[in-house]
Design a protein around this ligand. Structure first.
Ligand code: ADP
Ligand code: MG
Length: 629
């Protein structure tokens, strides 16, 4: 059958044909805006909960059905809206939140006046509200952009927004939604993030008959840090207390408060990195990078910390109007914020010092086999078979490193004091063991299975993985050496000429001194081109040109590059691994004690370079409990 030519459309949609310019009707504008603001049911939940928070709510109840596709309903006890406000609220770009006509002093979560009209354009939305001090409530309905007039309704306080049949009129969007379960998870995630930023507000999320989240408000009188801690306990479980530490820092009009997870309490995804700027949960690549850089080599490379960082900054120094969803921000001085985040995390981790993931102790206790007394012919002592390992180590190939020599070779710094008797030992022999007991890691009693050091302190029993601990110490020494003396470089036979995108050569050359200290020597070479003369000897033969290109990209995108530093640290880490005490070598008592003392002095010695713990402590009280003493 021959195709019939399409009937000629008048004016529009035909390329090359000039159509008259016309202003779009509001209904269409709202539908277009909805495409940016409302991506999925979780975006509806986010916008509505933000409105409730802006309205000063103390309790926010969210009810959803079919992953939010059938229903998202948010109900609050905030200040509410009167009949006139209701009619305005669903109009485009109508907001009560910008006091003046500037976008520089934004203190509330909303300000664009887009959410309600956008949601109303792509759903059936019913807003019911009782304004503070008014005699009654009003209700207003928007059905796929058609606004009805407000009429009296029954509600005692605050506002309820019911969003039904989301995207029913936008099949293209509907098609891209995930399963009900996945959309429910996304909504729960959104609520969790907002709930962490507002710990003094109660949140409840109900999906059909199921209560997904129930978070009572923290006492209004609690300091913010304690309120956050309480909320984290609710969200992360009781382990949170033992595995997290407070964090506090401030510098020039910028302050950070929060809680950070110990490096041994790591996660498979970045989902529990919570960044909050002036009470607004945000996603920011720069700050995510800063968090990961701060944990850096304390954590396996493919794992993520759990952390809540609440940053307070002068609102004029941060732009939140970057994206319609308001999750991105731009800082006036990104380097400043990044620097403070890194130093705050580092110093909190430093203070955490010898703390190793506290839940490990609990796990170990759970896996101790205790004589049950129920003996049988096959099992005379009544002991149970050992259960699975208490701690599952991240993927790490021990076979690769077993070829190493014992420490003490040229490449490996010796552990200072590992052989030298400590000054205490020469003092008074009678008091010496007691004195050693007073150290946090106690005094070494035995080397068991040629792997673990068994130590005794005043208040407990400590098991140390000698290889893991020594590896960390050697690594920290290597790093200190790199820091102090710089990294040696190796001249290239033929220097590499690297052409870079416009403007990038200058940014790389700005960093030339810092790069040279790490063994990468670059020089100017004509416009937009640099010359690589030397590469870090530690890296062996490497593609210097590619390295420079990657660094240039980092600098262009983030204003800083940790790439070379990270690579050097990885090499140092593997050198440390080769150079440390192997399992299977019998350690002398002085060696063991020297190792313990050095651990106490070394930052971050509670975990090895692969993020595994280096020691576990069993509290004496826990031991006594185990034996019913
Ligand atoms: P924005 O939050 O950017 O101002 P919205 O479209 O989300 O824009 O809301 C428009 C206006 O409706 C808000 O400025 C506020 O005055 C009012 N409003 C929305 N939700 C609520 C609520 N839950 N309680 C009280 N007022 C609300
Ligand atoms: Mg809003």
């Amino acid at each position: 059958m021959a195709k019939t030519a399409p009937a000629a459309e008048p004016d529009i949609n035909v390329r090359g044909v000039r159509a008259a310019i016309r202003a779009l009707p509001d209904s269409l504008i709202n539908r277009i805006a909805a495409g940016e603001v409302i991506e999925r049911p979780a975006s509806v939940a986010k916008e509505l909960v933000e409105n409730s928070l802006d309205a000063g709510a103390h309790q926010i109840d969210i009810t959803i059905d079919a992953g939010g596709k059938a229903l998202v309903c948010v109900s609050d006890d905030g200040h509410g809206m009167g009949a006139d406000d209701l009619a305005m609220a669903v109009q485009r770009h109508a907001t009560s939140k910008l006091g003046d006509d500037e976008l520089v002093h934004i203190t509330q979560l909303g300000f664009r006046g887009e959410a309600l009209p956008s949601i109303g354009a792509v759903s059936t939305m019913t807003v019911t509200s009782h304004s503070q001090g008014a005699s009654g409530a009003y209700e207003l309905r928007v059905d796929a952009g058609h606004i009805s007039s407000a009429r009296p309704a029954a509600r005692r306080k605050g506002t309820e927004v019911r969003v039904e049949r989301l995207f029913a009129a936008v099949p293209a969007r509907l098609k891209f939604l995930k399963s009900d379960g996945a959309e429910t998870t996304a909504i729960a995630d959104t609520v969790r993030r907002l709930a962490l930023a507002a710990p003094k507000v109660g949140f409840r999320l109900q999906s059909g008959q199921r209560t997904v989240l129930d978070l009572p408000p923290a006492d209004a009188a609690l300091p913010f840090d304690s309120a956050i801690a309480q909320r984290m306990r609710m969200l992360f479980g009781p382990e949170a207390d033992a595995n997290m530490r407070p964090l506090l820092a401030s510098r020039e009009g910028l302050s950070i408060e929060g809680r950070l997870g110990l490096p041994t309490w790591h996660r498979a995804t970045s989902r529990d990195i919570h960044l909050i700027i002036n009470d607004r949960p945000i996603k920011d690549r720069l700050l995510m990078g800063a968090v990961r850089a701060a944990y850096g080599d304390l954590m396996p490379r493919d794992r993520f910390p759990a952390i809540v960082l609440a940053i307070a900054i002068d609102p004029t120094r941060v732009d939140v109007n970057v994206h319609p969803q308001k999750a991105d921000v731009r800082f006036q001085n990104p380097g400043h914020v990044r620097g403070l985040v890194i130093s705050a995390i580092r110093s909190a981790l430093g203070e955490a010092g010898l703390a190793t993931s506290a839940s490990l102790e609990q796990q170990a206790l759970n896996h101790l086999t205790v004589g049950s007394g129920a003996s049988s012919p096959e099992n005379p002592g009544g002991f149970e078979a050992p259960q699975q390992a208490a701690y599952s180590a991240p993927d790490f190939n021990w076979n690769k490193v077993r070829v190493a020599q014992p420490y003490g070779r040229a490449m490996t710094p010796r552990l200072s004091g590992l052989d030298a008797p400590s000054s205490r030992q020469t003092d008074d022999h009678h008091h010496e063991p007691e004195a050693l007991d007073d150290y946090p890691l106690g005094t070494a009693r035995a080397h068991v299975h040629e792997t673990y050091i068994l130590a005794e302190s005043r208040d407990g029993l400590i098991l140390i993985d000698a290889h893991a601990a020594h590896e960390r110490l050697v690594y920290e020494q290597l790093k200190a050496g790199m820091e102090r003396d710089g990294v040696g470089s190796q001249p290239l036979l033929v220097p590499d000429v690297v052409e870079l995108p416009a403007g990038q050569a200058a940014t790389v050359l700005d960093q030339a001194d810092a790069l040279a200290k790490m063994g990468l020597v670059v020089e100017p070479f004509g416009p937009e081109t640099v010359l690589v003369r030397e590469t870090p000897a530690m890296l062996g033969p490497c593609d210097g040109a590619q390295l420079v290109r990657d660094i240039a990209d980092d600098l262009a995108e983030m204003g800083t590059s940790e790439r070379l530093d990270a690579r050097l640290k990885r090499v140092a880490s593997s050198m440390a691994c080769h150079g440390s005490v192997r399992a299977g070598r019998r350690l002398r008592t002085e060696e063991m004690n020297a190792l313990l003392r050095q651990m106490e002095r070394t930052p971050a010695s509670a975990q090895c370079n692969h993020g595994r713990p280096t020691f576990m402590k069993l509290d004496k009280k826990a031991l006594d409990r185990l034996f019913g003493r």
